[in-house]
Structure formats: C-alpha cells, structure tokens
Design a protein around this ligand. Sequence first.
Ligand SMILES: COC(=O)C(/C=C/C1=C(C)CCCC1(C)C)=C/O[C@H]1C=C(C)C(=O)O1
Ligand SMILES: O=C(O)CCC(=O)C(=O)O
Ligand SMILES: [Fe+2]
Length: 423
Amino acid sequence: MAPVPNSPVKVGHIDDVQELRKTKPRTVPQRFVRDVTERPTLPTTPLPPPDTHMPIIDFSKLTKGNKDEIFNLATACEEWGFFQVINHEIDLNLLERIENLSREFFMLPLEEKQKYPMAPGTVQGYGQAFVFSEDQKLDWCNMFALGLEPQYVRNPNLWPTRPERFSETVEEYSREIRKLCYNLLKDIALGLDLKGDVFEKMFGVSVQAIRMNYYPPCSRPDLVLGLSPHSDGSALTVLQQAKGGPVGLQIFKNNTWLPIQPIPNALVINIGDTIEVRPLLHFFFSFPFMFSLQDLLSYTVGSSSSSFKVSFFFFHSFVIPFLAVLYARFDLFCMMQVLTNGKYRSVEHRAVAHEEKDRLSIVTFFAPSYEVELGPMPEFVDEKHPCMYRRYNHGEYSKHYVTNKLQGKKTLDFAKIQTKNTN
Ligand SMILES: COC(=O)C(/C=C/C1=C(C)CCCC1(C)C)=C/O[C@H]1C=C(C)C(=O)O1
Ligand SMILES: O=C(O)CCC(=O)C(=O)O
Ligand SMILES: [Fe+2]
C-alpha cells in the first residue's frame, strides 16, 4: 500500500503563491518569511569558480561501458552526491513537451488546479506538500505530484484532464526516466565493484513518482525559500530544469550553499537516502555465493569421491549451520548498528526564488519497492566504517518521510544508529 498519514493534519490557511504573485505585492506574507538563520544566500555574479561545478557525466560513454566514465560517476557519487547527465538518450522533444505541459498546467485557473487538491498531510495532487502544522513556514512554490509506479501508488482522481495529452505525456516521460534510472543504477553498482544488476534485483518493482515544482517570481527572494532544505527519500532523483529559468537549485557542500548552473538539455541526478543506506538484501544474495559449489569442491583438496562425500557431509552438518548462526548473530549485531556507512551520501539541497523570473522543475523520485528490507551491505562495514544504520523496511521509511516536514537530512535519523558525523 502507498504510505498515507493516519490522522487528519491541521495546516492552517495556505496561500497559493501564484495567486499571491498576481497582485505583485512589495512584501510577502509572514508565513513565508524565514527566520534569519534560514534565509537564502542568493546567487552571486560572478558565478562560483569552476572547481565548484557539479560533475558532468556523459551517459553515451556509460552505455559503451567506458571504464573512465564509470569511475567519474563513482567519484561524482562519492564526492558530490549530485551530477548532471548529458547525452542521456531521452528525446529532447519529450523533455520539451513535458516542460510545456507542466507549465500549461500551472497556468490553468486556480479552480481548475484545485480539482486535484493535495489533501493536508498527503503528497499527491496540487498544493504544498510537507506542511504539518499551522505555524510551519511555507515554501514559495506550488507543487503538483503524482505517484506513477507501481499501479497501487496511483490516485487516478488526481490525474488532470487538462492540458490535453498531459497523462499520456507523463506516462511516456516516466517510462524513459525509469529506463535511465535503471541504467544509472547499473553503472553506480559497477562503480562500487558490485554486480550491475544488484540494485534492479534488490529493488523489486520500483516505486516512481513525479513532482512538478513551480516557483513564481517573488518580490523578496532574500526572505523566502522556494523549497526547504532536504535530502530526497528516494534511491535516485532525476531533476529536469525548464529552459530559460534562473539559477534556483542550491546544494549544501563544504558548509556553504552552492548554486547550480543548469546545463541546457542535461538532467540533474542526485543520490537519495536509500543509496546512502544501502540495502541489506544484497548480503542475503551474496551469502550463497560465498560458499558456492566451487568453494565446496576446492574444500576437498585432491578429492576422491569418498573424501568429497565426507567433506560435503561435514560442510552441511557443521560448517553451514555454524556459519548460519554466525550470520544470524552478525545480522542481529547489524540490526543494532546496521546499514552501510554512507559511502555515497544523499546531499541536502534547496531551491531559492528569483525576483523577476519564474522557474519550473520536473522531478522524478525513484525508489525501491515498499516491501524491500534495507540495511548496510557488509562490503561497506569494517573497523574504520562501523555500521551506522539499522535495518528497516522501505515502505516504513517512505511513510516516515512523507509524514514529516522537510528539514535537511533529519528524516534519515529514522534509520540512524549513531548520530556522530553522519549528516
Ligand atoms: C511531494 O511528494 C514528494 O516530494 C515525494 C513523494 C513521492 C511519492 C508520491 C508522490 C506518491 C507515491 C509515493 C511517493 C512517496 C514515492 C518525494 O518522494 C521521495 C520520498 C520518498 C520516500 C521517496 O521514495 O521519494
Ligand atoms: O526545483 C529544484 O531545483 C529542486 C527540487 C527538489 O529538490 C525536489 O523536488 O525534491
Ligand atoms: Fe529534492
């Protein structure tokens, strides 16, 4: 089942930012004004120096199995948690179509958009997600979000009939983005020296959702945030920034908010919390291989058939049960500390508003099935990197994520075992 909050949530009055903007007020309502410590640093000119530019990954090189590009991808994941993909093989015309349709949707009259309301405390439909109290500050953003895959995350009542061809285009777009995600996950796995299909197998029928974010211009961009700081609860997020928009995305790197300059036709990818907390299932899959038939045979050095039988018997009667107990203990031990050590981190990011220009982004969240159990892979746990996350079910994490306000990487506390140095 798709995660939904259990109790009705009181969120107070939420102004629609596009409607607010229509009157071009010189001030913004208090509910949008951030505390001094939260206010954004707005993009400066000149632009940040090139060494602060997000890595660019050439997807066409990845598809050719180019080892250097897989290495670049691994470095980007480890050092940035973000990268821009060029030559992604998604038809540029499709990117343009989804962009135009999203814009057309946001430009519909409010009454039309409100036919698809995001109920308080839920994440699908039109409105503001992640608002859970009457005094919570609001983002300078209108959102429209839909669950896409598997079917059970869909709410058909929220799929708009206008603009025309909206649904078909979203379907086509989501299929292409899904392929891209699987391909990237394959190369991410290879970059970690894992089997290419490890994530695909582990994730089951992946959950996929789309969110369109529209940030109208704001007379006081210095006081508001387009989107509160957060990390994504997904495995991978794919962000398309509409053409001609201002710089809006900022990522938290080296203790500062770094503005990200969009590259035309590129897609921005970021590692979500799930990859940071690597799935434990891999451990289960890899376990039988640790004791493959080949190992068994080599165990019976120079075996005659009788010594083979003896060693096979010994192996099954003593070694495997012993290892199983050891494994179970390790698992228990890991359930207390569990998960990987965040070799790849999900990175906090936010969006800022612009004084004159509006901005549109189209975001796809790609995550494991809700049934999947997550925990650290033993490959990433050793004395230097003690297990930092417990084992959990992704459906539970998803529920936790969507029922809490966006607050940096706080949602990941759900999975943390220890809090030291684990932002
Ligand atoms: C506003 O929504 C989000 O920001 C969001 C929600 C995604 C989802 C839907 C719109 C419907 C189906 C379920 C799902 C939670 C995926 C963010 O998605 C992140 C958060 C989690 C968890 C995740 O997997 O992606
Ligand atoms: O609009 C953006 O640039 C950021 C969007 C984002 O981070 C999100 O929707 O999760
Ligand atoms: Fe995000």
